[in-house]
Design a protein around this ligand. Structure first.
Ligand SMILES: Cc1cc2nc3c(=O)[nH]c(=O)nc-3n(C[C@H](O)[C@H](O)[C@H](O)COP(=O)(O)OP(=O)(O)OC[C@H]3O[C@@H](n4cnc5c(N)ncnc54)[C@H](O)[C@@H]3O)c2cc1C
Length: 509
């Protein structure tokens, strides 16, 4: 991309000036070019290598200490940590133990969102009577961490302070929470010893960052000259300079190169942690995949959860209606069963499914349950209420000159380096390289907006968006995606629309 490239749209151009980012215009060129290369290259890549490996079915006579429902970012690590501490844990996941190049190759993360082997393809409303809008989730071992954009960004200190204050529990203190982060992180991009930004190095979750001093490809001087010149300003520590994890800076506005949850160039996260725990603690962690929990078993007198009921596919198929590959359960293709606990049942089935399971179990707003003829065990109006969205607005601009991008034959070169487990490959990037945090109002204690820039023409989620050639083939398009947190709208809700546990609920933001 030429450094002199101009933006065609006045709106986009002026807003870029308004942000006064990045710290160096030349750096913007570098970052942008890397992102362009990354996004462009994913256009013609064949996607192969999909696999679904059922885990051995556990002996259903085991009496577990804990049952964890849902293996995503919440449930997966919790189940693993309990098992590693010696408890007997059953982890139940509705989706398969599925993976594919879409999931494991970072640059394909858009394709992974619509991969039918793992998609929960929800439709939601943004207001009563509004259109049905696609709202992607993943139903698979690892949950949405198997299709998310791999971005590892530190939480704001003020958020933890607020939780500590609300709960009166000082263990939420941000200094302690940073220690928790360090205990799970295995950072590969910031030097140890030295560790200026306070990373962890022994945890299960790897974090990586594109190495700016040694970009993935031998590119022309448009890349190398600005990189080298910026290196002088940052005293040779480019990656530390753009690292969002500097503890003193986490609540400030800034621009970053976003670390990704990757190891040796590939997606690595909750799924791998679960598989490693099953391997090392086979007696403590049992995992049931393609098993959909239909109800929590609650003793009516004591209101204590003692177990769960589930339906398990006999053919490793998806049973839940949100999956595009769902096969409705029949006596021929599935079995019903139950499992019991001595200590706790933990429901971590995501923002839409957790309230659905609770309502089906008789826990939720009385009027919703009665309308569906469900016996009310606990009248809890908050179940399914207060659903909040984090709005995403895309600003697409076009340039006078097409972006420069490498010839597509590089795919095989990159694939080779990825197969050799090398971190530095275009395929190992997640596309959006430059991240910006901003406050929508100067008086806010921390940024409430997160923006990232990426080559391409992203205009929002709709069926087929990830395969739309215009997403990447318009070589003069650049998208800034603006994510707005801390919405004022708390009127969103999830409500069951049927007693049928395989039918997705009504979701209205
Ligand atoms: C497109 C996209 C991009 C994202 N990008 C990022 C990013 O870059 N960085 C980041 O940090 N976060 C990102 N996120 C957010 C992050 O992935 C989620 O916040 C996180 O995964 C939520 O974790 P969870 O455990 O609550 O739910 P989930 O990850 O949704 O896991 C819930 C699990 O429960 C299972 N389940 C549901 N119902 C049942 C049932 N009845 N029985 C058994 N199992 C059930 C589901 O199959 C699923 O596996 C992204 C999310 C999306 C959708």
């Amino acid at each position: 991309m030429a450094a002199s490239q101009q933006l065609r749209h006045a709106g986009a151009g002026s807003s870029m000036q308004g942000w006064r980012v990045p710290r160096s215009a030349m750096t913007a060129v570098v970052l942008a070019t890397l992102a362009v290369l990354a996004a462009m290259l994913s256009v013609h890549t064949p996607v192969a290598h999909a696999s679904s490996n059922p885990l051995p079915f556990p002996n259903n006579k085991t009496r577990y200490d804990y049952i964890v429902v849902g293996s995503g970012a919440g449930g997966g690590p919790l189940a693993c940590n309990l098992a590693r501490k010696g408890w007997k844990v059953l982890l139940i996941e509705s989706g398969s133990n599925y993976t594919s190049d879409n999931a494991s190759v970072p640059i394909h993360n858009a394709l992974s969102v619509e991969d039918p082997g793992q998609a929960f393809d929800y439709r939601v409303k943004h207001y009563d009577g509004g259109p049905d809008v696609q709202y992607p989730r993943a139903g698979v071992l690892g949950g949405c961490t198997q299709h998310h954009a791999l971005i590892a960004h530190p939480p704001h200190k003020v958020d933890f302070e607020e939780i500590a204050q609300l709960t009166g529990d000082s263990s939420w203190d941000p200094i302690q929470m940073r220690q928790h982060w360090k205990s799970i992180e295995n950072c590969s991009y910031s030097p140890y010893p030295g560790n200026p930004n306070d990373h962890g190095y022994r945890g299960w979750m790897p974090t990586a960052q594109v190495n700016l001093a040694k970009p993935p490809l031998e590119l022309d001087s448009l890349i190398t000259i600005p990189v080298l010149s910026f290196q002088n300003v940052s005293k040779g520590k480019l990656n530390d300079y753009f690292d969002p994890f500097n503890y003193d800076d986490t609540d400030k506005e800034g621009h970053f190169i976003m670390p990704t949850m990757t190891y040796k160039g590939k997606r690595y996260g909750v799924r791998e942690f679960i598989m490693d725990t099953v391997r090392r603690f086979p007696d403590n962690l049992h995992v049931m995949t393609n098993t959909h929990v239909t109800r929590v078993i609650i003793t009516p007198d004591t209101k204590v959860a003692v177990g769960v009921q589930y339906t398990r596919s006999l053919n490793n198929e998806q049973l839940y209606g949100a999956s595009p590959m769902a096969t409705p359960p029949t006596p021929g293709n599935s079995v019903n069963g139950s499992a019991f606990v001595q200590r706790e049942v933990i429901i971590s089935a995501g923002a839409f499914n957790t309230p659905q399971i609770l309502m089906l179990s008789g826990v939720g707003p009385r009027e919703v349950l009665q309308e569906k003829n469900i016996t009310v065990l606990v009248d809890l109006p908050g179940v399914g209420a207060n659903l909040q969205d984090r709005y995403e607005i895309a600003v697409v601009s076009s340039t006078l000159v097409d972006f420069n991008y490498p010839c597509r034959d590089l795919y095989s070169w990159c694939r080779e380096s990825l197969d050799k487990n090398e971190q530095q490959s275009i395929l190992s990037l997640n596309g959006p390289v430059l991240g910006v945090t901003r406050k929508s109002n100067a008086s806010l204690p921390a940024p409430d907006m997160f923006l990232f820039g990426s080559a391409g023409n992203f205009t929002g989620y709709r069926p087929g968006w990830s395969r739309d050639e215009n997403l990447r083939l318009l070589h003069d398009r650049w998208t800034y995606l603006l994510l707005k947190a801390h919405t004022q709208n708390r009127a969103g809700f999830v409500k069951i629309q049927s007693k049928d546990p395989f039918m997705p609920p009504n979701i209205n933001f």
